[in-house]
Ligand binder design. Structure first.
Ligand code: SER
Length: 430
């Protein structure tokens, strides 16, 4: 099944089961306590708390999500910054029994994933929340049990979800894994967590499930990673066609080669979607995230010795893959590509000078047997050459160096203070 079919079949299955299909909301959430939309439930948060849903009690969606929390993991087989989350939701409609049965039926009879490959996890209980016996009983009827080894218990770190932002609905989860891969997370919203971390039972119960489309494609298409699925392959192939047959950096092992390509593919995709939702590169908040992923992609491009302007054809591939599902990508194509190209040109210039500077500093320090970059050096790279902190950290790590992050933050504060004083003076002079 292609990813287009997977997306469509997921939504149609839930439609047939009485759910209304709700379009994806923007990557910029309405809840100002979070930077990005990271889960399908975010646009529905208030319906878990009693407000009437205009879409009815049971809905489903395919939601664009962006997760900065997983950025360091990108490059392995399944973590991404941008992903599409397939989900079904119920606000005071059905609960555990129906949610688990629907999930199982879909995987089993529509996507034909053998149940012998599934392992489920259930919340094991702690001092605040009891073990989820109800879910255990439902799974047992479907052939899963602790005894058979296909049902396991886990604690709050793994099997309790939410809230997004500072407060909100949350609850125990049951997850469906395929081998080691977490495929589908079923959240049972039974509690409200307030800003002090206190849990109060919710008056109405809710269901919030999330399954990454990319992971589903990996499983159904039988691929070793999400990057071999049809949601990524054309991007990776485009990258391959740009690669020289031999990379001169011989220290560079095949493993790193694969990882770098994956990071570039993920980050360019993320940037395209963020820009299409109106997030433009800058030095603050969301804008900083687009800048960071683009710069990170460029930097990995340098490691792979890709030509100076390599981002555009990759971004075009991203648009090609998704344009039928997200037509705004096509209508905004010129703007998206221009923004990416400007960012690439700007960064290429500073990167060259900055890298030289950093390498010089590193060899000087090595000669003195020092293996750490001071906050001043790191801040200077940030300030003068636009090096994001994380980029310096990565380059430093490759050289066996650490960086003084605390020192960097101090320098940053000092600089902010100085500019504030400067601005105030200017203001007074007026
Ligand atoms: N909100 C949960 C998650 O993102 C389930 O949708 O995993």
């Amino acid at each position: 099944m292609t990813s287009k079919e997977l997306r469509k079949n997921f939504l149609l299955f839930f439609k047939k089961k009485g759910h209304n299909i709700v379009p994806s909301s923007s990557l910029i959430p309405t809840d100002s306590s979070v930077l990005f939309t990271t889960a399908g439930m975010q646009q529905f948060k208030r319906y878990y708390l009693g407000e009437k849903s205009p879409y009815g009690k049971n809905v489903c969606s395919c939601q664009k999500c962006f997760r900065t929390s997983d950025i360091e993991e990108v490059g392995d087989k399944s973590h991404l910054t941008f992903l599409e989350m397939l989900g079904n939701f119920s606000f005071d409609g059905y609960f555990k029994e129906k949610a688990i049965n629907l999930a199982f039926e879909l995987l089993d009879s529509v996507f034909h994933i053998p149940s012998s490959k599934m392992i489920v996890t259930v919340f094991g209980g702690d001092t605040d929340v009891p073990r989820d016996e109800e879910s255990v009983r439902i799974w047992e009827k479907l052939g899963f049990s602790e005894k058979k080894g296909n049902l396991r218990f886990a604690g709050k770190e793994d099997n309790f979800w939410g809230p997004t932002g500072l407060e909100g609905p949350c609850g125990p989860t049951t997850e469906i894994h395929i081998g080691e891969l977490e495929l589908w997370n079923l959240v049972f919203n039974e509690y409200y967590k307030d800003q002090n971390g206190k849990l109060t039972p919710l008056k109405q119960k809710g269901v919030d499930t999330g399954m990454g489309l990319e992971r589903l494609a990996m499983v159904v298409q039988g691929k070793p990673s999400v990057f071999e699925t049809d949601l990524f392959l054309p991007i990776i192939e485009e990258l391959n066609s740009n690669l020289k047959s031999q990379i001169s950096n011989l220290q560079f092992k095949t493993q790193n080669l694969k990882k770098s390509k994956r990071i570039i593919a993920d980050h360019v995709k993320g940037a395209v979607f963020l820009i299409s939702d109106g997030v433009f590169p800058s030095n603050v908040e969301r804008g900083y995230v687009v800048r960071r992923v683009l710069r990170r992609a460029i930097r990995y491009g340098k490691i792979l010795e890709l030509p100076d302007k390599f981002l555009i054809p990759i971004a075009q591939k991203v648009i090609e893959i998704y344009k039928d599902i997200y037509p705004e990508l096509k209508s905004k194509e010129t703007d998206i590509l221009t923004i990416i190209q400007n960012e690439e040109e700007k960064f290429n210039k500073t990167l060259k000078i900055g890298l030289k500077e950093l390498k010089e500093q590193i060899s000087k320090l090595k000669a003195q047997n020092i293996k750490s970059l001071s906050g001043k050096i790191v801040f200077n790279l940030y300030q003068s050459y636009g090096f994001p902190l994380e980029l310096t950290k990565e380059i430093a790590k490759e050289e066996g160096f650490t960086i003084d992050e605390w020192g960097f933050k101090e320098e940053f504060k000092k600089h902010q203070e100085a500019s504030r004083v400067g601005a105030e003076r200017k203001f007074r002079r007026k």
